[in-house]
Design a protein around this ligand. Structure first.
Ligand code: ATP
Ligand code: MN
Length: 476
């Protein structure tokens, strides 16, 4: 008989019909009530067995076992669910060793769950997280598709390390025990697979710009890799990035698109993942109860998400932000780890979060950063000191988006590259866009896991990706 998913059955009122459900046993109580979950929802369906079943068979209904049940859908007698299944046939598809089963009905720490790859997915928390992750990814594509953007797949393996600044993972087919060497004793990458030294990409932007300068509006959505040794709750070594690039866009258009995108995808998640967000909201409130009163957040998860939708993001320049930070209480009382003394200082996550969470109490877009702390391709402002950069800062996260208007003037770009020791000859293909019909254009990078982190309210970025890659972490 055709299997029906639990999600569908829980909403059904087709009492008296015969149904088949396949899933995993969450609990089996009083030799009578099986709670079955099949992943389609965080909620379980109750299946009721009577005395006619063989005791040996029922004994195998241990937590985690995969089963198939067939029976009649009836209105539930008990509280907590509308419907249940009166079981007629029961089949064990896969036994689960009750002695060794690591998930108990009690709550497990997220750190503990990270160690057991296959069972992590079976928890309600991760079911909710990955549903939301999926929904956000879908919404990203929907947003751009509706606006006529073209989804570009930029390469994972790249020969340019201009953006990497030494934080790239090398890709090689050479024998590392015995690599070929050139006369000067250096490893001879001419003999490597691609005939040159290659790495995993840190961003698809440079390639994306080429596409935008022909197709108009494009976006990438792919994995990026950074070998930075940042053991933080906001950094992964392998993460997914969304990078739109728009011809004829200036900085203010770029900011508006970024704000629209964030609001659109958050709203989409609120509409389509209401159950999951509600589950995570409650879970978070429980966690907050463990914290001292003054460390609890003022808004719960749903309120925080709605708050982002209802407020215009605050726009201000880096220079204005520095003035606010310089005069802020944590700076004066030396509470910041990195004190803000001079214009030109790179902002740390503590500063970004102060601006968002304490000062403005809403998302913030900072623009016009000092050119010395930003990338070579950002458009130089007339003041000679700043570039047309924009970073979007979110509560609890800090930087969620980094972007800019690009430098479209060849001589400015080449001069800046020379100053920053970026080889113009290697990037000839990028500079060619400025030689043949250059035009103003802009784009940004949205870290997908940081977005998922925000929408799920999780606190560690490793808990919003299925198989996290971080320093000393690549087990599964
Ligand atoms: P940060 O200063 O937070 O390390 P960044 O300035 O190095 O970030 P960008 O190069 O601007 O980051 O990358 C664009 C976006 O990608 C960031 O705004 C962020 O959302 C995301 N991102 C960057 N590095 C990581 C990482 N290691 N893990 C997860 N997301 C990241
Ligand atoms: Mn950035």
């Amino acid at each position: 008989m055709k299997r029906t998913k639990v999600k569908e059955l829980l909403d059904s009122t087709a009492y008296g019909t015969e149904v088949t459900v396949k899933g995993w046993v969450r609990t089996f109580r009083n030799d009578k009530f099986i709670a079955i979950n099949d992943g389609s929802t965080i909620n379980n369906i109750q299946a009721v067995v009577n005395e006619s079943f063989d005791a040996a068979l029922l004994k195998r209904l241990t937590t985690g076992a995969a089963i198939s049940v067939n029976g009649e859908l009836v209105a539930s007698q008990g509280a907590g669910q509308k419907v249940e299944i009166q079981v007629k046939e029961l089949e064990i598809l896969g036994d689960s060793d009750a002695e060794k089963f690591p998930l108990q009905p009690k709550k497990h720490s997220l750190e503990f769950l990270r160690e057991i790859a296959h069972l992590r997915f079976r928890t309600n928390t991760f079911n909710a997280v990955f549903k939301i992750r999926h929904t956000l990814a879908f919404a990203v594509h929907q947003f751009f598709n509706d606006r006529g953007f073209v989804y570009m797949h930029t390469p994972i393996i790249t020969a340019s390390d201009a953006e990497g600044a030494g934080e790239m993972f090398r890709v090689t087919a050479l024998d590392l025990e015995n690599p070929p060497r050139s006369e000067d004793g250096k490893i001879d990458f001419k003999q490597d697979f691609f005939g040159k030294s290659t790495n995993l990409t840190v961003s698809g932007q440079l390639e994306g710009e080429l596409a935008a300068m022909a197709l108009g509006d494009i976006y990438t959505f792919g994995p990026t890799f950074r070998a930075e040794n940042s053991n933080t709750t906001r950094h992964l070594a392998e993460f997914w990035m969304i990078e739109p690039e728009m011809a004829f866009f200036e900085l203010k258009d770029n900011m508006q698109l970024a704000e629209d995108l964030l609001k659109y995808v958050i709203k989409h998640a609120l509409t389509h993942c209401a159950d999951e967000i509600e589950f995570l909201r409650t879970r978070l409130l429980e966690e907050e109860k463990q914290k001292p009163q003054d460390e609890r957040s003022e808004l719960d998860l749903t309120a925080k998400l709605n708050f982002c939708l209802e407020n215009n993001f605050e726009r201000l320049t880096y220079t204005e932000a520095i003035e606010i930070l310089k005069n802020s209480t944590p700076n004066k009382k030396k509470k910041f780890k990195y004190l803000i003394e001079n214009w030109g200082a790179d902002l740390q996550s503590e500063h970004e979060r102060y601006l968002v969470e304490k000062h403005f109490k809403k998302p913030v877009i900072l623009t016009d950063y000092p050119k010395d702390i930003k990338s070579f391709y950002m458009r130089q402002n007339d003041d000679g000191k700043t570039v047309a950069a924009m970073d979007i800062l979110f509560p609890g996260i800090g930087e969620i988006i980094g972007g800019s208007q690009r430098e479209e003037r060849l001589e400015y770009l080449e001069r800046r590259m020379n100053e920053m020791h970026i080889p113009t000859d290697e990037l000839y293909w990028y500079l060619d866009t400025r030689r043949f019909g250059s035009a103003p254009h802009a784009g940004f990078g949205l870290g997908f896991e940081r977005l998922v982190l925000f929408v799920t309210g999780m606190t560690n970025i490793r808990d919003v990706i299925a198989f996290p890659r971080a320093p000393k972490t690549a087990e599964f």
